[in-house]
Design a protein around this ligand. Structure first.
Ligand code: ADP
Length: 265
């Protein structure tokens, strides 16, 4: 089981994770964080052993079996313009990647919201927000990590594109410590963003650890699909894609799903 005292011992943050709400079972940590958003302070973390209605992007389902993963949401309240805030997803991705690196696990970032180990997804991030007039009211960053899941925990559809840290390392991973390490990284990368919109370090990490740069990918928007080559992630955090006709496009996070030419990646 997760242990709030142990998590706290490993935290070196000033506000991320200083208030945590723990659930043995919950529908969705993102939904709970949204319900609490107005009454709780920035940095509040909602964490659950199990989600019964975990969510991915575009209303897809996120598998979150009991006691085997880290399923949590962080409440953020950046006072930034609307067009900047959707980039918070990249902070989550960079933070998870850095925390895994500190544990000796080599992972890659699949822009903008997934973490990949050995070609399969170990972590997904779902950022949801609420808008005021031209500013954001709050952002909920939901992070799901397959920590100690076994191959049998995945159903057939997910198994070909998903894996867990235990499957790739052959070892049970201590979840409390990993969670604290991720929260520490989130605060480090989020603080300059909150204070002055600065995402430099985050984007550096997303670029350096990108699994997409240099690859031909399928870009899926609704029913339409295009093939392009990923050239870069620019200083705004947008994916720079070149199509066969030479046209170059900068893609905003959230508007597409990206897949490898043949398989998941
Ligand atoms: P993508 O980023 O791949 O477009 P989403 O962010 O929408 O996808 O994530 C939802 C998808 O991830 C689901 O449709 C399912 O195929 C897959 N999935 C669901 N649960 C898990 C999990 N625990 N680990 C890895 N993949 C999962």
């Amino acid at each position: 089981m997760l242990d709030m005292n142990s998590i706290e011992r490993h935290l070196n943050t000033s506000f991320i994770g200083r208030y945590m709400e723990y659930h043995e079972s919950i529908a969705s940590t993102n939904s709970r964080a949204k319900d609490l958003a107005h009454q709780k302070q920035e940095g509040t973390v909602i964490i659950a052993e199990e989600q019964t209605q975990g969510k991915g992007r575009l209303s897809r389902k996120w598998l979150s079996p009991k006691g085997k993963g880290l399923w949590f949401s962080i409440l953020l309240k950046p006072d930034l313009e609307a067009d900047k805030v959707y980039k918070t997803t990249l902070i989550g991705a960079a933070a998870v990647n850095e925390a895994l690196k500190d544990m000796g696990i080599k992972s890659y970032i699949k822009w903008p919201n997934d973490i990949i180990v050995e070609g399969k997804k170990v972590c997904g991030i779902l950022t949801e927000m609420s808008w005021g007039r031209d500013r954001v009211n709050y952002v909920v960053m939901g992070i799901g990590i397959n920590v100690n899941l076994e191959a049998e925990d995945f159903d057939d559809e997910i198994r070909e594109k998903a894996t867990s840290l235990k499957i790739v390392t052959g070892k049970e991973i201590e979840r409390n410590r990993l969670l604290a390490s991720i929260l520490n990284q989130v605060e480090k990368l989020y603080t300059p963003f909150k204070e002055r919109g600065d995402l430099k370090e985050t984007i550096q990490i997303c670029r350096r650890e990108s699994i997409l740069i240099g690859k031909d990918v399928r870009l899926i928007r609704g029913d339409s699909e295009e093939i392009g080559k990923v050239l870069d992630i620019d200083e705004q955090g947008q994916l720079v894609v070149e199509y066969a006709d030479g046209k170059i496009e900068k893609v905003l996070s959230g508007e597409v799903s990206i897949r490898g030419r043949e398989g998941y990646i």
